[in-house]
Design a protein around this ligand. Sequence first.
Ligand code: PRX
Length: 629
Amino acid sequence: MDLTSFHRRSIDDREGFWAEQARLIHWHKPFGKVLDYSKPPFARWFVGGETNLCFNAIDRHLPTQADLPALIFVSTETGEERTYTFAQLHQEVMRMAAIMLEQGVGRGDRVLIYMPMIPEAAFAMYACARIGAIHSVVFGGFASHSLASRIDDASPKLIVSADGGSRAGKVVPYKPLLDEAIRLAAHKPAKVLLVDRKLAAMDLVSGRDLDYASQREKHRDAQVPVTWLESNEVSYTLYTSGTTGKPKGVQRDVGGYAVALAASMKYIFCGNPGETYFSSSDIGWVVGHSYIIYAPLIAGMATIVYEGTPLRPDAGILWKLVEQYKVTVMFSAPTAIRVLKKQDPAFLTKYDTSSLRALFLAGEPLDEPTARWISEGLGRPIIDNYWQTETGWPILTVAHGVEKTPTRFGSPGMPMYGYDVRLLHEGTGEEVGVNEKGVVAIAPPLPPGCMQTVWGDDERFVSTYFTSVPGKMVYSTFDWGIRDEDGYYFILGRTDDVINVAGHRLGTREIEESISSHSSVAECAVVGVADQLKGQVAMAFVVLKDPAQASTPETRMALEGEIMRTVDKQLGGVARPSRVHFVTLLPKTRSGKVVRRAIQALCERRDAGDLTTLEDPSALEQVRQAVGG
Ligand code: PRX
């Protein structure tokens, strides 16, 4: 079948289409209604059906492939490398589930996971799924304040963490950050389960902290049956940044997500049982949830959990793993490829990567030169795919399991089945024509796998995502896009204040709030500025309470360092601005709105656009001078 008809059918006959896809997973109890859309924009998929993500990922494969690899752990940081078969993984997950149950964690309770890329992190996620607890994974690169706000929002009964991780050869302690976060948070978790990797010193808080190794020993032979969950119960929440300083807990279901992932493995990623999937993402991001933890295993593949960078021990490591584990499907981010581009291209051909059916890249725009470089250097198909934490699986790409549509450099492709994608005029909400810029929107209902709501805040779900086009209930992605005459889409950047640094999605407001907490700062503005390597970097403009504090190059430098450390400490190194510039006022409109787009334009040496509404044009002049424009 061709992709256009396949897509058409998924929209015209939603229920028929998804009822068919639902056969890709195991249902303990069949569902009744395929879609309940009686309360738009809330969609409930596979109503009444009972299933379980952990069962579909692990138990389901035990009769046929118990002794095949399921989880392959490779740390180039510590030199560890181990493989768990489906049977072994099953046992580890039951042990972890038993530990959780003994601590009183049950169906619907939250478990916050703050972990490096180690197998125990995956065990904890599967264990939650197994017993119906809701996991909320927080990226290990986030620091105390970020973690504390997520602890308060998720109010977990249990936190699972570790002494530390390691990045580029440097130990990153987790426990002190976690202790500080718990101190800052209003909600106090009853228990904290800690994996001691012996990387960093770790003091256990008596009565609260549990040592994983001894707990595991205690539950060695645990048998924990799966808890069957109604399709619309909550599997997890995952925090993501938006326009406000308060991250949103993206909430996902069980059945719809399992079906969406299974279908994506068949039609988009084309992975088969017994093969190996390698995603170099992190469990703290949505790509890690969908394409490290759940989808590969649901499809009966082994998944690689990789702790390391693309450069150590050398720039060939990713391809070495492809050769060693005969990886057939690989997923990475454009940033990783741009990093490799600066290295010797001989690494691309040093290893046998012929097992690779395709390399999928997502998370940020894949520029044409980078796509071309990796495609030619590797000689394997490169598939760009565009989606969001909110959607859980690709919105735009090609689906070679449906039709071998050619890819086009610079374009992530076409709308995937289930997504009724529209490009809308920002002001009128009308659909724009071919080659005209519009906001990428999706006419609801959103397909299975997409977010159900914002955790604990239905109102925010509606007001954030469904009200940007007046008079029309459509989901806004907050991305600009265009479509060419052949139907290929191109993504042109965000319409809001979200930036993308090396594939990490960050809200400029969160960074501004952190900078503003520094006692010398009166106000500030943070914008994302184009960067050759990282895609974007954050740049801050700060107005000091006392400008005299930054009157010499030395004091400016010292204060810049202090502000950067404030962000490091509160949010984590990923959010640290690349530069902090001091100005005496911020460019604002007469109504007091900071004109971030104009600041960004100046930073990127572009025309700042229409400035007639500015309160004081000299403010922009200061920005221009600060960035040397
Ligand atoms: O701006 C788009 C960009 O990343 C945002 C979503 O980031 P996140 O929630 O972290 O989810 C990443 C899932 C892969 C989008 O709104 N983005 C993601 N993929 C692409 C992209 N921009 C251009 N091309 C892509 N392939």
